[in-house]
Design a protein around this ligand. Structure first.
Ligand SMILES: NC(=O)c1ccc[n+]([C@@H]2O[C@H](COP(=O)([O-])OP(=O)(O)OC[C@H]3O[C@@H](n4cnc5c(N)ncnc54)[C@H](O)[C@@H]3O)[C@@H](O)[C@H]2O)c1
Length: 344
């Protein structure tokens, strides 16, 4: 009995694979290496002492996916595989719809045909847009996302809700807030591929001197210090939530369709400026920055109410922002020892 982890060599996927292996799950990874590197597999093995089965191919290739389902007794799936760069999704909408939705549908075809249940989907707080009130709980109305990327997440959720209802399957939609940090071993983290989309990798590269200055997009938001506020969740805590969500799905004896939705965040908002200052303090480094105009599509504030996950999954975020930011710097040092090329 194995769990298929798509995108399992990516940032959140690799941390989750470690937690699954530590909890004695058998793991089968499919990842086409489009946004990661093969050494992550070796590092997962070094951390856990176990080597998961790995297939390097694109999930859009249904015939190869069918072979994986033929070869293994797949009992559930955590589907991380997706393209995730918001800006790029605006420039390449069809590629994004194709990659994020065709991959999903191919897996669901296999699930449908083989009667498999237990599907976990990586969704995002982007489905809420700029929510009218904080904190955001799961009953907060969804808004049409501004980006194609966000739309693929909302469409993914709808496809999965229809799938669960029509075929009586169990599905968990996990809405992540802003994942940050690296594994405490410093052997897993967010790889420096392309210009970082997210704040923390940018901060890391600026502190390391790879980038001259951090651009802070707007300091005239209606927040305490004028910079935008987000909910930064440590990636290992996030990975553990997947194990809890999977265990809940697998233990559910209901014959009915089951659609679980959970916000995964810390419940605390931090401004861009707070993150920069916390990074400097935690790691005794300097992060040069400049204030720029607001960026189109950025919202002012988003932080989670994650009480439902605590109540139903027994999960809550445990790691402070400062602790998480320390792991980021250790990861950067590890990348330097490996001479990992940072693609500017
Ligand atoms: N990182 C975030 O800030 C964030 C926030 C909310 C939601 N998410 C979602 O979480 C998931 C994981 O994000 P991440 O940050 O780990 O991204 P990532 O890019 O590090 O990982 C995704 C992995 O999927 C692989 N992949 C992509 N398309 C594939 C395909 N067609 N076939 C096989 N493999 C493919 C990539 O090579 C990569 O290793 C994504 O679905 C993302 O949209 C991420």
């Amino acid at each position: 009995m194995a769990i298929l982890v798509t995108g399992g060599l990516g940032y959140i996927g690799s941390h989750t694979v470690v937690e699954l292996l530590n909890n004695n799950f058998e793991v089968v990874i499919v990842d086409d290496l489009s946004n990661t590197e093969r050494f992550i597999l070796k590092n997962i093995e070094e951390i856990t002492g176990k080597r998961p089965v790995f297939y390097p191919f694109d999930l859009k290739r249904r015939e190869l996916l069918t072979q994986v389902f033929d070869a293994h007794h797949i009992e559930g799936c955590i589907n991380f595989a997706a393209s995730k760069a918001v800006g790029e999704s605006q420039l390449k909408p069809i590629d994004y719809y194709e990659n994020n939705l065709f991959s999903l549908i191919n897996i669901l075809q296999e699930f449908k045909e083989r009667g498999i249940s237990n599907f976990i989907f990586s969704s995002s707080c982007t489905v809420y847009g700029q929510a009218d009130k904080m904190p955001i709980d799961e009953n907060t109305p969804l808004k049409m996302p501004e980006s194609v990327y966000g739309k693929t997440k909302q469409m993914g959720e709808e496809i999965l809700s229809d799938f669960a209802k029509a075929y009586q399957r169990k599905v968990s939609l996990l809405r992540y807030f802003n994942p940050i940090g690296a594994h405490p071993s410093a052997k897993l983290g967010e790889l420096p591929i392309g210009i970082p989309n997210n704040l923390v990798p940018y901060v890391m590269q600026t502190a390391a001197g790879v980038r001259e200055k951090l651009n802070i997009w707007g300091n005239d938001y209606p927040t305490e210090d004028g910079t935008a506020v987000r909910d930064y969740i440590y990636v290992v805590d996030l990975a553990k939530a997947h194990v809890a969500a999977l265990q809940k799905l697998m233990q559910s004896t209901s014959e009915e369709a089951l659609i679980d939705i959970y916000n995964l965040g810390t419940g605390k908002g931090s401004s861009v400026m707070e993150v920069v200052k916390a990074f400097e303090l935690a790691n005794i480094v300097e992060v040069p920055y400049q204030i720029c105009d607001r960026r189109e599509g950025d919202i002012t504030i988003a932080y989670a109410n994650a009480d439902k996950a605590e109540r139903e999954l027994g999960w809550k975020s445990e790691t402070s922002l400062e602790e998480a930011l320390k792991t980021v710097w250790e990861w950067q040092k590890y990348l330097e020892t490996r001479n990992t090329e940072i693609k500017l």
